[in-house]
Design a protein around this ligand. Structure first.
Ligand code: HEC
Length: 146
């Protein structure tokens, strides 16, 4: 009988703990943790593009998909930043004000669009140099924020 209750208690505790710890972690740091994940996704797309461009690869055509992924990632960043701003208006970000953020974000999107364009041309037999140049262009816009 006691064994039965004990088992129930252990099960209940096991079910409650994950819920408890996730509600405890929903503090001010939540936004930063999430935005950092988006940053890592950005990085992985860039690293993948650089790897696939380094030499001919059976995965080459994914360069365009990773470039499209950068565009999607930027849109995730945009959304996360706007939600975080409402949740914690006082959090510190690497830009001066909204106008500064818009400028950094627009520069990134523009550079990524250029990369998508030249990567598509490269895949169809075009030059590699414009793609490498566009990758550097995107990197500059990352570094403007960091
Ligand atoms: C509009 C600004 C902006 C742009 C553009 C941007 N980031 Fe970020 N990134 C951030 C912010 C904000 C953070 C969260 C940390 C902070 O506050 O600096 C972040 C975090 C990161 C992190 C940190 C992850 C960690 O766990 O420490 C990496 C890596 C990163 N970004 C890579 C990139 C790369 C690569 C690009 C370009 C493809 C990029 N970012 C473009 C604003 C930006």
């Amino acid at each position: 009988m006691v064994g039965k209750y004990l088992k129930f208690f252990v099960l209940a505790a096991a079910l409650c703990l994950p819920a408890l710890s996730s509600s405890l972690s929903a503090t001010d740091g939540e936004e930063t943790t999430y935005v950092n994940k988006i940053g890592k996704i950005f990085s992985l797309h860039m690293q993948s593009i650089e790897q696939l461009m380094a030499e001919k690869s059976p995965f080459s055509e994914n360069v365009v998909r990773h470039a499209l992924g950068l565009l999607e990632t930027a849109s995730m960043l945009n959304h996360a930043v706007s939600v975080a701003k409402q949740k914690s208006p006082d959090s510190t970000w690497p830009w001066k004000d909204d106008a500064d953020y818009e400028r950094l974000f627009a520069a990134n999107t523009k550079a990524v669009r250029e990369l998508i364009k030249v990567a598509g041309i490269w895949l169809e037999g075009g030059e590699k140099a414009p793609v490498m140049q566009a990758v550097e262009g995107v990197k500059k816009t990352c570094n403007n924020c960091h």
